[in-house]
Design a protein around this ligand. Sequence first.
Ligand SMILES: [Cu+2]
Length: 123
Amino acid sequence: MPKLHDGRPRSAALTIACVALMFIAACGNGGQQSQPATPPPSGPAAAVHSNSYQGIGTVKSLNPKAPAIEIDHGDIEGLMPAMQMEFPVTDASLLNGIAINDRIDFTVESGAGEMKVTAIKKK
Ligand SMILES: [Cu+2]
């Protein structure tokens, strides 16, 4: 059921604006290009900035021990074309309630040379 046009448009809009601002604030600080030239530290701690992408796909396998999930996913705009692949997940609990062949919406965070699924929602 679409939620955009029913219920509480005012508070929903405020919530979305708030979340968007938080994302911009969180993301913007790391990625500012107009900052004075502070030499970035090298090593794994350097690339704290990460980008978040939304994907849709079908679950192909679950590996709670890794933890990881294999997804046959569609195009993830700005990240990769459609393919079947395994993603590490931030926490095995994300796999709770998810079964093979489920259609899912998922969030991928990409940064510091690695990708991780940070959220999974069954469709
Ligand atoms: Cu992929």
